[in-house]
Design a protein around this ligand. Structure first.
Ligand code: THU
Length: 130
């Protein structure tokens, strides 16, 4: 299924996470409107505030590879364990920048359950430059 393809790409990306501090590998799979996928993982830093989340890695990588924001369709996050987590605030602002308000953001983990939100549910009344 399309869901399982996204899930597997995000889970594989998590295996590449650079997480010596948290030991908490996160993977993300960004789906473009043409069906292609860009993956990302979290990349931590000894200067903790510079840690980069999996979602932002995937989004920044897509832009760096020449994908246009208008092509972004949805984003699936994978985190290990049985708990579903939602994106952090920094990721939500970056998601708002590049995804439509009704785009789907999906959280998954090692259990069967998943949760999804619209972008405008994750960050209502988001800031944008006037
Ligand atoms: N982290 C993500 O990569 N995605 C999220 O949605 C939440 C948290 C990572 C996990 C750990 O690396 C932490 O953020 C470091 O800031």
């Amino acid at each position: 299924s399309a869901f399982m393809q996204l899930y597997n790409v995000a889970k594989q990306a998590a295996s590449r996470a650079y997480v010596p501090y948290s030991r908490f590998p996160v993977g993300a799979a960004l789906k473009l409107k043409d069906g292609s996928l860009i993956s990302g993982c979290n990349v931590e830093n000894a200067s903790y505030g510079l840690c980069n989340c999996a979602e932002r890695t995937a989004i920044f990588s897509a832009i760096a590879q020449g994908k246009q924001a208008t092509e972004f369709d949805s984003l699936l996050i994978y985190m290990p364990g049985e708990t579903l987590y939602s994106p952090c605030g920094a990721c939500r602002q970056v998601i708002v920048e590049f995804f439509a308000p009704d785009a789907e953001i999906i959280a998954t983990c090692d259990s069967e359950s998943s949760q999804s939100w619209r972008v405008d549910e994750l960050l209502p009344g988001a800031f944008s430059m006037p």
